[in-house]
Design a binder for this molecule. Structure first.
Ligand SMILES: Nc1nc2c(c(=O)[nH]1)N[C@H]1C(S)=C(S)[C@@H](COP(=O)(O)OP(=O)(O)OC[C@H]3O[C@@H](n4cnc5c(=O)[nH]c(N)nc54)[C@H](O)[C@@H]3O)O[C@H]1N2
Ligand SMILES: Nc1nc2c(c(=O)[nH]1)N[C@H]1C(S)=C(S)[C@@H](COP(=O)(O)OP(=O)(O)OC[C@H]3O[C@@H](n4cnc5c(=O)[nH]c(N)nc54)[C@H](O)[C@@H]3O)O[C@H]1N2
Ligand code: SF4
Ligand SMILES: [Mo]
Length: 711
């Protein structure tokens, strides 16, 4: 829309920075962004935005954002120099570097890491295959294994598809049991729930309850009806105790799930010893409280059990996510309005992408299982540094910063320096891409069109929205999808194949809509273009058993892998009388609404105010160690030591300390001027690449044993 007189244009857009996918209205004049406001007409986000929405402008205008390909060279003084080169030259060199490695050492000598924003940028999802189908390496990695891998596994095991996530229907529930999530800061995850604060308040106004378990009294805890501290890494015992209580007190009621749910007798027998009394001393939550929570959940008209990062990135991540869904099943709250339901997105990935698989091959050095053709990223460094056949010698990274985001980041930092070749698809020169031979910067997010292929899958309501680009693509620039395509074609030709034409991502979405579940109702790319705030497709609906992708369309609850994993729990936690003794401190993470992983620290308006990279510690723990508020402390784990300012906090559980991740921007040679002024330290210089949820291969980023001393 253009106003003839002023030249001011109005654009409808999704904010793609987090999973809430808020609709925004952006006003521009020429190349300038005048304002970014919440779109009240968006049927999902209803006008909500958070302070990060303005970062859409900051990213676009950031002088540090790379606009042309860079080649790393060594100057006469022996120092690294980055030279801007043409796109043709850059793509030729990138393809040649990858193919050289392939021909010399085999395809598995090429590693791939894809980061979180690749899921927020639909062209990266639709077109990465244009490159990777020519490079079928076993050494693929992504941010999944420092994040939601346990959710995928639970979905695959119980429902038959990695994307069949039960989504909390908060708007219609009356009891919400939440573990290890902080949606007030994160805006929700594997749960696209813009404006979650209003929704929690509405739940309480209806007489409902939010019960939260978290080792920190978080922003979400401040809103919760009830908050309980839980000792990091012990949630499996709590969840087992809830399930056990439901069985023991005959509160289990499968209701509408009865006809297609099997195997619960096996589960009931296997978990008989894990009572509330067993869990209490380890978790720090009284047995009577655990039993009461189980009873309240069972008694609710519509109840939800949901857990996120805090329970997936810990030692029992997959067991936790499986138990959470068993609790939803046993209380008859799965696939029920007000419980947890599956979405039906307009482009239905459950029907168009494969279900995923597990353990079909293993990492070379440590023998860790693949999931969905990806290996746990905690193994990336050792796969680069350990000599032998299939050692990684060339790496492709796209939209990721694993040096900051994966356990033992320092080790990976050093490993990247020893690669023969590395190419990074990214618009920043950061802690990871500084090791690249070539950096290929795509267009700015506002220069390409947008459809949320991923996050409609996780949303509290079925809606669909397509956004046109806000700005025209600058002359010669390439979108992420074009880079994948052009690079893929060059690789193909060097390998003796042929280049292939490729349709733009919007055309692929158009096709997806055409074969999608709302095509009959007239939902097409055309109708989405005509309704730029999005189309409402209604609340989540019960869909079982038809939506299941399991054999015979049944839910088999007696999943062998998590049942076998109970042995690990037994070995770690013995029955105890009184409080369990554990003198070590446990490190957990922390998110802030004005930050996003490692890459949103370069914008003044998000960084101003009090420094946020501090170690939160309980005053009792400080006192016993002679530590004073605001002073520097040394934090030590198995893999490293770092120095950081301590912040006294009564809202953290004694025995637990918290440090945000994504900081540590003091590494040499990065080009992030504002972030460098707020450098902080990297939490992942403490997290341990050997500490995994053994069942899934997911990294343990929460509950890391550390010692803290005054510096
Ligand atoms: N502002 C902001 N928003 C974001 C992001 C961001 O960096 N900043 N990142 C985005 C991404 S990629 C993701 S995956 C999501 C994550 O979304 P969430 O999972 O909602 O966010 P977290 O803040 O990681 O919440 C995890 C909580 O678990 C708690 N916790 C730690 N250990 C344990 C434990 O052992 N047991 C229990 N019960 N709790 C524990 C922590 O104290 C924390 O409050 O957020 C997304 N949104
Ligand atoms: N200790 C600890 N570690 C954690 C977490 C934690 O809670 N604690 N959280 C984990 C989680 S949940 C996640 S998801 C990971 C994130 O891990 P990563 O995805 O590896 O890291 P990000 O910080 O998201 O880095 C994103 C990169 O993508 C680039 N980028 C942004 N948009 C685009 C785009 O459109 N195209 C391209 N090509 N590049 C783009 C940015 O410049 C940046 O370099 O971190 C994990 N690490
Ligand atoms: S909550 Fe904030 S960052 Fe997330 S999509 Fe909405 S405006 Fe963007
Ligand atoms: Mo994430």
């Amino acid at each position: 829309m253009t106003s003839e007189h002023t030249g001011i244009k109005t654009h409808h857009r999704a904010c793609h920075l987090c999973e809430a996918i808020c609709g925004v209205v952006i006003e521009t004049e020429g190349e300038r962004i005048l304002s970014i406001k919440g779109d009240k007409d968006d049927p999902l986000s209803r006008g909500h935005i958070c302070p990060k929405a303005m970062a859409l402008k900051d990213i676009h205008e950031d002088p540090d954002r790379l606009r042309s390909p860079l080649l790393r060279t060594t100057g006469a003084d022996g120092k690294t120099e980055w030279v801007a080169i043409s796109w043709e030259d850059a793509l030729d060199r990138a393809a040649q570097g990858l193919v050289d490695t392939y021909q010399r050492h085999g395809v598995h000598a090429i590693g791939v890491y894809l980061g979180n924003p690749s899921v927020h940028n639909y062209g990266m999802l639709t077109h990465q295959g244009n490159l990777f189908r020519h490079l079928r390496t076993n050494n693929r990695f992504s941010a999944t294994s420092v994040d939601q891998l346990p959710h995928h596994l639970a979905a695959l095991w119980l429902f038959g598809h990695k994307l069949l996530f039960p989504i909390p229907d908060i708007d219609r529930c009356d009891y919400f049991l939440m573990l290890g999530a902080n949606p007030i800061a994160s805006n929700g995850s594997i749960w696209t729930v813009p404006d979650v604060k209003k929704r929690i308040k509405a739940l309480q106004a209806r007489g409902g309850k939010l019960v939260l378990l978290d080792p920190r009294h978080t922003e979400t805890a401040q809103l919760a009806s009830e908050h309980h501290f839980i000792k990091p890494g012990t949630d499996a015992l709590f969840l087992l105790a809830v399930l056990n209580t439901l069985f023991a007190e005959r509160l289990d009621d499968l209701a509408h799930l009865q006809d297609f749910t099997q195997g619960l007798e096996v589960v009931r027998a296997a978990i008989a010893e894990f009572t509330a009394e067993f869990a209490a001393p380890h978790t720090g939550i009284a047995a009577a409280t655990i039993r009461r929570i189980a009873r309240e959940l069972a008694a609710a008209n519509a109840g939800i059990c949901y857990g996120r990062m805090g329970v997936s990135t810990q030692a029992y991540g997959a067991l936790n996510q499986w138990l959470i869904q068993l609790i939803n099943i046993v209380t008859g709250n799965l696939d029920k309005p007000g419980g947890s339901l599956f979405t039906l997105p307009a482009v239905d990935q459950v029907s168009t992408v494969g279900p995923g698989g597990f353990g079909r091959h293993h990492s070379r050095v440590r023998g860790l299982p693949e999931f969905d053709r990806e290996l746990p990223v905690a193994a990336l460094a050792e796969e680069i540094t350990t000599p032998g056949e299939h050692q990684i010698r060339a790496l492709f990274t796209g939209a990721g910063n694993p040096v900051m985001s994966t356990p033992n980041g320092r080790q990976l930092d050093a490993a990247l320096a020893q690669l023969d070749f590395m190419v990074s698809l990214d618009f920043y020169l950061n802690e990871t891409t500084r090791h690249a031979t070539l950096i290929l910067p795509p267009t700015s997010p506002l220069e390409h069109d947008h459809y949320d292929l991923a996050f409609h899958v996780n949303a509290v309501r079925n809606t669909a929205r397509f956004n046109e680009a806000v700005f025209e693509k600058p002359n010669g620039a390439r979108h992420d999808w074009e880079i994948f395509t052009e690079l893929g074609n060059r690789v193909a030709m060097l390998l003796g194949g042929a280049a292939q034409a490729s349709m733009p991502p919007a055309d692929i979405v158009a096709m997806g809509l055409q074969i999608g579940p709302y095509a009959q109702q007239g939902v097409s790319l055309q109708t989405l273009r005509e309704n730029p705030s999005g189309i409402d497709l209604g609340p989540l609906q019960p869909q079982l058993p038809a939506r299941l992708r399991t054999q015979g369309n049944v839910i088999r609850c007696d999943t062998p892998e998590p049942l076998a994993d109970l042995a690990r729990l037994r070995a770690e936690f013995a029955p105890v009388q009184g409080q369990a003794q554990d003198l070590s401190l446990r490190l957990i993470g922390r998110r802030h609404v004005r930050s996003n992983n490692s890459w949103m620290h370069n914008f003044h308006r998000l960084m101003k105010g009090k420094p946020r990279c501090t170690l939160m510690m309980h005053p009792d723990d400080m006192q016993t160690r002679g530590i004073q508020d605001g002073h520097e402390v040394r934090v030590q784990s198995r893999i490293g030591t770092l120095q950081v300012v301590v912040e006294s906090a009564t809202d953290i559980m004694p025995g637990v300390v918290s440090l945000p991740h994504g900081f540590g921007h003091d590494r040499a040679g990065i080009r992030l001027q504002i972030a460098q002024r707020h450098a902080g330290v990297s939490c992942n210089d403490l997290t341990d690449e050997l500490a995994l949820d053994v069942l899934s291969g997911n990294a343990v980023l929460n509950g890391v044993p550390v010692e803290v001393v005054a510096a």
